[in-house]
Design a protein around this ligand. Structure first.
Ligand code: PAF
Length: 283
């Protein structure tokens, strides 16, 4: 497996592969990889001939006061893991490589970036869509894999790729959870023992909404309340938002007549965790 921080090297490698008739997939990450990321790599390995994993902690998607400086960096371990998962190359550009002097462009997807996380992290998705556009431009993948835990990010990237005819097939990989249900996240390592213990209630709350809906409840206010009730007594948890939306448009829905997305952001202490579940009503 090749590890390079050079744009020239990775783009030459990918064009050599394409010239040989091999398909190329990209898994964009910020490193600090866990089993969730490895499942993205495995999904890519199953879909294309050659998989590139990018590891870049993208400064433009962090607002002032967020965790850019302390975001975990575990490059050597990350490389060992993705090699085992079947990646062929790891691209580890520095900030000047991604945003060279004079870089003046920004990709902004409007509408779906405004609600959910976008309402609390202004500019975040502009940073995400811009860096993904740059990475797609360098690697030119046929396929790129994103996790469903970042449901809004997935919707934003899909919109961008479709609007700008980027020709990248965006594949969604399911959320990977710890044994007790907590969604895997690089930020879980920030949690204290007490916060970690309570964070499991996030998934419990999501599952309660799912089972209520399975029992015939379609009123989204009631489903949302089931989630809120579950986490409400946990002293370390504070809900930033819990919304039930259409999974494609991310617009709020009132009745779960068809599949809806319950998306939440919850602070466990100072750590902001996101999670979601697709709720499919019984027909
Ligand atoms: O999901 C992430 O890790 C990041 O938002 C991404 C897609 C790698 C862009 O920096």
């Amino acid at each position: 497996m090749i590890v390079t921080d050079s744009e020239k090297t990775i783009s030459a490698l990918c064009s050599d592969w394409r010239a040989e008739g091999l398909s190329v997939g990209l898994v964009p990450t910020m490193g600090a990889l866990h089993r969730g990321h490895l499942s993205l790599v495995k999904t890519a390995v199953a879909s294309v001939d050659r998989v590139v994993v990018s590891i870049f902690v993208n400064p433009t998607q962090f607002a002032a006061g967020e965790d850019l400086d302390r975001y975990p960096r575990t490059l050597q371990q990350d490389c060992e893991q993705v090699k085992k998962a079947g990646a062929c190359a790891v691209f580890t550009p520095d900030t000047v490589t991604v945003y060279p002097e004079g870089f003046s462009s920004e990709v902004r997807v409007s509408g779906i970036t405004e609600g959910l996380c976008g309402a609390y992290r202004p500019g975040h998705f502009d940073g995400v869509s811009t860096v993904c556009a740059v990475l797609f431009g360098i690697v030119k993948p046929e396929v790129a894999v994103f996790g469903m835990k970042d449901a809004q990010q997935l919707a934003v990237i899909r919109r961008m790729v479709s609007d700008l005819r980027m020709g990248v097939d965006i594949v969604a990989a399911p959320i990977v959870r710890e044994a007790d249900g907590l969604a895997m996240s690089s930020r879980n390592r920030y949690l204290s023992v007490e916060e970690r213990g309570q964070a499991v209630l996030i998934n419990t709350g999501l599952e309660k909404a799912v089972s209520l809906c399975r029992g015939g409840e379609k009123n989204c206010a009631v489903l949302k309340e089931a989630f809120l009730q579950t986490v409400s007594n946990a002293s370390k948890l504070r809900v930033q938002y819990a919304e039930i939306v259409d999974p494609d448009t991310l617009l709020q829905v009132e009745t779960a007549e068809k599949t809806v997305l319950l998306a939440v952001a919850v602070f466990a202490g100072k750590t902001r965790l996101i999670d979601n579940v697709l709720i499919r009503p019984e027909v």
